[in-house]
Design a binder for this molecule. Structure first.
Ligand SMILES: [Zn+2]
Ligand SMILES: [Zn+2]
Length: 374
């Protein structure tokens, strides 16, 4: 099982054109936003593995390379739609708790984080380099300072956009009939489950309802009058299809282990001996009994060292000597948590989001103007 289900490509992610783009204006021009609506499958003639189908806000729908033959046609702009969040992190600019989507952490200031919107809106010192965390579990990627880098304006289904019913529409005549326009009044998340994944739209008759723009990989709307959606630094967005590397779990204060964590010491005896001698400690003639065994963190010291009980005996370690025991435990908890949320959200659904299933297979293939295979 993939240890971090949110690190891979998923339907619902919001994307923009990327480094290997060669598909003209299918996105409506650079800065146009789309939604990943289908993932490539092994053996599929139209959508092979490492490709994705994107529904552009402007209405075009076709497939792109997300690692296919080493090419990356797309950049990940936002992953809040698939439920990515950083539970203990606050955006130090807009003050939102449990930051959603990618997290941007200043490498100069102590404990300073921004959300994607604030980062792209040039909040905080532009000369400070940041690191990007794609998910709560991914290893940070260090970026150059934003100062002087090109910034691309985003366009698409954002607040103020004029929209008509789109490809996944299944809400009868709420819009007043096919082709009748409405106005996006807000982009927001769906309960606690997903972020920036639905649009509130007011129709000609004055009624307002919410529609999926990324939620569960569905797109109920098509943009006929784009709205500005802020900006992005294309050099700072991850390539779609290049999953972020995982890291050890790190708490808000930067400590990789917490009280109660199960850990293992996997250091080689020679290194251990050197470390101990360096500390003026006793020499180790025999391999210590904790080597390779699982222990439990019982105390985190101020200097970052840890007291770990192994086989009933306490030892003090530098965190660099330890690895987490069964790191996949984390991912499983996540999945269980999400499953629970999905369940409870289902019971609370009061608007069209998450409605019934439809047969769309026939309409979707073949793609008009499919890019892949050539
Ligand atoms: Zn923010
Ligand atoms: Zn800073």
């Amino acid at each position: 099982m993939d240890p971090d289900p949110q690190a891979g490509v998923q339907v619902g992610m919001r994307v923009v054109r990327g480094v290997d783009w060669k598909w003209g204006q299918q996105d409506g021009g650079e800065g146009g936003v789309g939604t990943v609506v289908e993932l490539g499958r092994h053996g599929s003639p139209s959508t092979p593995e490492r490709t994705v189908v994107v529904q552009w806000d402007r209405g075009t729908r076709t497939n792109y390379r997300a690692g296919y033959q080493g090419a990356h046609d797309l950049l990940l702009y936002d992953n809040a739609q698939i439920g990515v969040r950083h539970p203990n992190i606050i955006c130090d600019c807009c003050k939102k708790h449990g930051l959603r989507g990618m997290r941007w952490k200043c490498r100069v200031c102590f404990d300073y984080d921004l959300c994607t919107q604030c980062y792209m809106l040039d909040r905080h010192d532009l000369a400070h380099a940041f690191e990007r965390y794609e998910t709560a579990h991914s290893r940070p990627v260090t970026l150059s300072p934003r100062q002087g880098l090109p910034r691309i304006p985003l366009r698409g289904i954002f607040q103020g956009a004029k929209v008509v019913r789109g490809p996944d529409w299944e809400w009868g005549s709420q819009d007043g009939g096919e082709g009748k326009p409405g106005r996006v009044v807000d982009i927001r998340g769906w309960d606690v489950e997903t972020g920036r994944s639905v649009a509130s739209v007011t129709w000609a008759d004055g009624t307002t309802n919410v529609y999926r723009v990324g939620h569960k990989g569905k797109v109920d709307l098509k943009c006929v009058g784009e709205a500005a959606g802020g900006f992005y630094y294309k050099e700072h967005l991850p390539r779609l299809g290049k999953p972020a590397e995982l890291r050890r779990r790190v708490s808000a204060d930067g400590q990789p282990f917490q009280h109660g964590d199960k850990v293992k010491c996997l250091l080689d005896t020679d290194i251990l001996r050197e470390m101990q001698e360096g500390h003026g400690g006793h020499s180790l003639r025999d391999p210590p009994q904790f080597l390779g065994k699982t222990g439990t963190v019982v105390k985190v010291f101020r200097d970052g060292n840890l007291r770990v009980v192994v086989g009933g005996q306490p030892w003090t370690f530098s965190p660099s000597c330890l690895v987490a025991y069964r790191p996949e435990e984390d991912a499983n908890l996540d999945v269980a948590e999400r499953a629970r949320e999905n369940k409870s959200a289902g019971a609370r659904n009061r608007a069209p989001v998450g409605g019934g299933r439809r047969q769309t297979q026939g309409r979707r293939e073949p793609f008009v103007g499919a890019n892949i295979p050539p």
